[in-house]
Structures are given as structure tokens and as C-alpha cells.
Design a protein around this ligand. Structure first.
Ligand SMILES: N[C@@H](CC=O)C(=O)O
Length: 309
């Protein structure tokens, strides 16, 4: 596992995969199936994995955290960069930060609070958690004005934050005044697009963000990595063509629940068995929706294999 400090090259090298987390029937961690998914991503050229929302870390207990970190450390390939997540609430994040200190992950992401937070309080929380973890954190900006752009800039200047996952969903991602204000304050090399393949044709060419995160990459790593390469080389038309492969699954995710649909898509594609979802989430049980997910996941995986040759 990569254990060195985070650099711009790290952020640019790979799409940041955001995988679901495999569990056994008793909800314990399933190392074998998680390893299978990690290998699938690594074989498709992915070198960065972020375990956060899609892994349902919002709902994991502090007592499981050391086991999760040990498993991620163990299943990562030699050069793979694993990013676990903390929080979302301050108390849980502080408890997890003390545990994180015992491990050599270069950073962890602070999950966003959807209720019970102010922009100034979020900035203070990130600073205190990073201090306790003794390493820089990755900030996750998921709602409008979650944190003030100047606060983000100060946290970056002080070495408290090493990257920002920007994931505010817009009807038209090309028009985003909050993102523009963040980029007025913060060097864009620190900011990655955090909403999958859909907004990247705007987020990278127009705003100059450094890379992007993806859940559906867990099915089709070769195609998602090819989108990143196309955007980096300025070939937006090719990126748009490649992105078409993802839209049927992304439509199902956005039409129902991005996290739950991805969980089932990875299982139904045959890549790895994700098993039961940890409460407060629950697995999808509607047979018609499961069949739609199965078809979309199989089609995407087949396209990925054909592309890889
Ligand atoms: N939410 C996006 C990117 C990950 O954070 C996805 O799941 O595709």
C-alpha cells in the first residue's frame, strides 16, 4: 500500500474508485470479496480507492474501525493508495482519529454532515480531527456553502487538508458559483470532482479539477480510466463517447439510490459478492429493479472487457 505523503501526481494518476464494502451474512467484513473487488480495480489500472459513502462508512461503529483499517491495509496491492473515511459526526471522527494514528494511511476523508453543522464548525472539526490523527485529511464538500472557501484555503495552507472532493450536484454542472468561489480561493490542483462520470465533462475541462471519483468504475475500471486519460489529453469528444457506456447504470443509480444500486451492481455483475448492506441501508429487493441493474451491470462489464481487449 502507498504510505507516502499525497502529491498532485497521486491525485492525477488514477480515477479515485469509491467502492462498496463486502460483508458476510452476519455483517462482519468479508476480506475475500473485498480483495476480489480491489484486484478487479487494480487490474483495470486503478491505483486509488476511497472507502466512504458507497462503503456505507456513515454507519460503521468505532469498534469496527481498527478491523476495517487492518483489512484495507491487507488487501491493497503494493502501490495502491487506500483512503478510509472518518465521521461524519465530530465525536465519532475524534475517536476514529486516535485509531487512525496507529496506521500508515497517508490521509483519510472526513465524511460530510448533512445536519447539525455550520461552515465554521466544519472547519474547526476538520482541523481538530487532523491534529488528533496526525496527518492531513481529505475534505468532502457535498452541499452548497458547506464550508467557506477561505476556510478551505486556510486549511490547505496549514497542511490540514491535502485534497478536496467536490460533490455538489447541479442541474447544470457547468454553472456552479460555489465551485467558482472555491477555485478563486484554492489552487485547483487540490480539488477533484466527486460525483462519478456524469459531471466530469464540465468539471475537468471547464473548471480544471484534477481528477474525479467514481462508483461505477467498480464494474468498468478500464473505461473509467480511459475517460480520465481522454480528459487529461484534452479530447473531450472521446471522453463523452466513453461516458455513454456508464449512463444506463448511472441513470438507475440516480433514479433510485446511488449507493444501494452500486452495491447490487457489483454483486450482480459477478465482479464480487457485496453481501448484505449494513443498516441503516438495506439491500434492494424489488425483482424488476434488480433485473434492470443486472442487465446494466453486465452490459457495462462486457463493454469494459471488450475495451480492454
Ligand atoms: N458518488 C459518486 C462518486 C463517489 O463518491 C459515485 O458513487 O459514482
Amino acid at each position: 500500500m502507498k504510505t507516502t505523503a499525497v502529491t498532485r501526481a497521486d491525485l492525477e494518476r488514477s480515477v479515485i474508485a469509491v467502492p462498496p464494502l463486502a460483508r458476510n451474512a452476519d455483517l462482519s467484513l468479508n476480506a475475500d470479496e473485498n480483495r476480489k473487488l480491489v484486484r478487479h480495480l487494480e487490474q483495470g489500472g486503478v491505483s486509488t480507492l476511497l472507502y466512504g459513502g458507497n462503503a456505507n462508512l456513515y454507519n460503521t461503529g468505532v469498534s469496527e474501525f481498527p478491523h476495517l483499517l487492518a483489512m484495507l491495509r491487507e488487501i491493497a496491492g503494493p502501490d495502491t493508495w487506500m483512503i478510509p473515511s472518518l465521521g461524519p459526526d465530530y465525536g465519532k471522527a475524534m475517536d476514529q482519529a486516535a485509531i487512525l494514528r496507529e496506521f500508515d494511511f497517508p490521509t483519510a476523508m472526513m465524511l460530510p454532515m448533512s445536519f447539525g453543522a455550520t461552515p465554521a464548525g466544519v472547519a474547526t472539526a476538520i482541523a481538530r480531527v487532523a491534529e488528533r490523527a496526525q496527518r492531513p485529511l481529505t475534505a468532502y464538500v457535498k452541499s452548497d456553502n458547506y464550508i467557506a472557501p477561505d476556510s478551505l484555503a486556510a486549511l490547505i495552507r496549514d497542511g490540514v487538508i491535502c485534497s478536496v472532493k467536490y460533490a455538489v450536484v447541479r442541474e447544470n454542472p457547468a454553472e456552479d458559483s460555489y465551485l467558482s468561489r472555491i477555485l478563486d480561493a484554492v489552487d485547483k490542483s487540490y480539488v477533484v470532482s466527486g460525483i462519478g462520470e456524469r459531471p466530469v465533462l464540465d468539471h475537468l475541462p471547464k473548471f480544471g479539477l484534477t481528477g474525479f471519483t467514481s462508483g461505477s468504475i467498480c464494474v468498468a475500471p478500464n473505461l473509467s480510466m480511459a475517460i480520465l486519460r481522454a480528459l487529461k489529453s484534452g479530447d473531450v469528444a472521446r471522453a463523452a463517447t466513453l461516458r455513454e457506456h456508464f449512463l444506463p447504470l448511472e441513470d438507475l443509480r440516480d433514479g433510485s439510490s446511488p449507493i444501494r444500486v452500486l452495491h447490487e451492481a457489483v454483486t450482480l455483475s459477478g465482479v464480487a459478492d457485496m453481501g448484505p448492506m449494513l443498516p441503516m441501508f438495506s439491500n434492494i429487493t424489488d425483482p424488476a429493479l434488480l433485473e434492470q441493474i443486472r442487465v446494466a451491470a453486465h452490459t457495462l462489464l462486457a463493454a469494459d472487457r471488450a475495451f480492454a481487449g
